[in-house]
Design a protein around this ligand. Structure first.
Ligand code: BG6
Ligand code: MG
Length: 323
């Protein structure tokens, strides 16, 4: 039994401990339909079921656990199994029940406005700002963005000074979006969200921006979302999964029922850490971790990603018992 358990976990399951995190890279021998194994890890009970259709990770008991699947970080929660493609990249279509969209740079043409406001602030306080810094700020909340900007500062700033800088940047940003209207939607964005709803899926917004409610009103699309996560209640900025998990919970769905759409590397990491599949919008190099990358939201066709019904375990086929 011990030998066969080791063979499955270390051999076929590809289990290694990397930086203290249980990391899997499962393979499925051609002659096998599937296999399962269980393991205990620091007070948790984990079950791994491998089939051609995907790998299902389940936390049976214990506190949320971070694992890696082919290098991608996932957080397991009791009663919320996470299914990943054997290859490491999710395959589509899947039986999603909802799509969770980011706002800035996905729906609204505001990534450039945030970028310009940070650039102006950086110039005013004598800090360098190039496209690489700009890319790192994408998707990251206001305070965490400021901390990235201040990495190059030659002196430290007090909390009150940081508050003032963050407010100044926000003022620059608000001055621009005050004039926004539906013309500032990215091409195809309204249709992408509307088509998702017509296909019978729910829609939610997971934006780190505290300006999201104002922007949604200005763009005239607030009614297209079943749930809008409140950035003001999120304690951990993207790439932490908190905001995507909050959006799934707000919809009353398991994370694995949701597809996330993001234009930022931090956002893609947040989606994956939540245990969801990720569609990247934009540059394939910056978004290489995404399961698929589209050049723009106009290319998002929900029928490429979602099938109408979720299959049951029985329909997926028989899985041998736990070793
Ligand atoms: C994200 C943007 O959506 O929201 C970031 O991509 C921005 O650039 C973050 O910093 C926070 O936005 P706000 O409007 O609350 O400062
Ligand atoms: Mg964004």
């Amino acid at each position: 039994m011990g030998g066969s358990w080791l063979g499955l976990t270390w051999g076929f399951g590809g289990l290694r401990c990397v930086d203290g995190v249980p990391s899997f890279a499962p393979t499925l021998p051609a002659a096998w339909q599937g296999y399962r194994f269980g393991m205990r890890w620091r007070g948790r009970q984990v079950r791994v079921a491998v089939q051609a259709q995907g790998v299902e990770y389940s936390l049976l008991e214990g506190a949320p656990l971070e694992i890696r699947h082919h290098g991608r970080t996932l957080t397991l929660h009791v009663d919320h199994p996470v299914t990943c493609a054997l290859s490491g990249k999710a395959s589509f279509p899947q039986s999603f029940k909802a799509v969770i969209f980011d706002l800035d740079g996905v729906i609204a043409d505001t990534a450039v406005v945030h970028h310009a406001a940070w650039k102006k602030l950086a110039a005013e306080i004598g800090l360098p700002f190039d496209d690489a810094v700009g890319e790192r700020l994408k998707g990251v909340d206001r305070r965490a963005s400021l901390e990235i900007l201040l990495e190059n500062a030659t002196h430290s700033y007090s909390e009150a000074e940081k508050d003032a800088l963050a407010t100044r940047k926000n003022d620059y940003y608000r001055q621009q979006i005050e004039h926004f209207g539906p013309e500032n939607l990215l091409p195809g964005a309204r249709e992408a969200v509307a088509a998702t709803r017509r296909a019978g899926l729910k829609t939610a917004l997971a934006s780190a921006s505290r300006n999201a409610p104002l922007l949604l009103e200005r763009l005239g699309i607030a009614e297209l979302f079943d749930y809008v996560a409140d950035a003001g209640n999120i304690r951990h900025a993207k790439p932490d999964p908190e905001i995507f998990l909050a959006a799934a919970a707000g919809l009353g769905l398991a994370p694995t029922d949701c597809l996330g759409v993001e234009d930022a590397a931090a956002g893609v990491a947040s989606i994956h850490a939540a245990g969801m599949a990720a569609v990247g919008i934009g540059d394939t190099r910056a978004l290489h971790q995404a399961d698929v990358v589209l050049p723009a939201i106009a290319a998002f066709d929900i029928t490429d990603f979602a099938t109408p019904e979720k299959k049951t375990q029985d329909e997926r086929g028989h899985v041998p018992p736990i070793v």
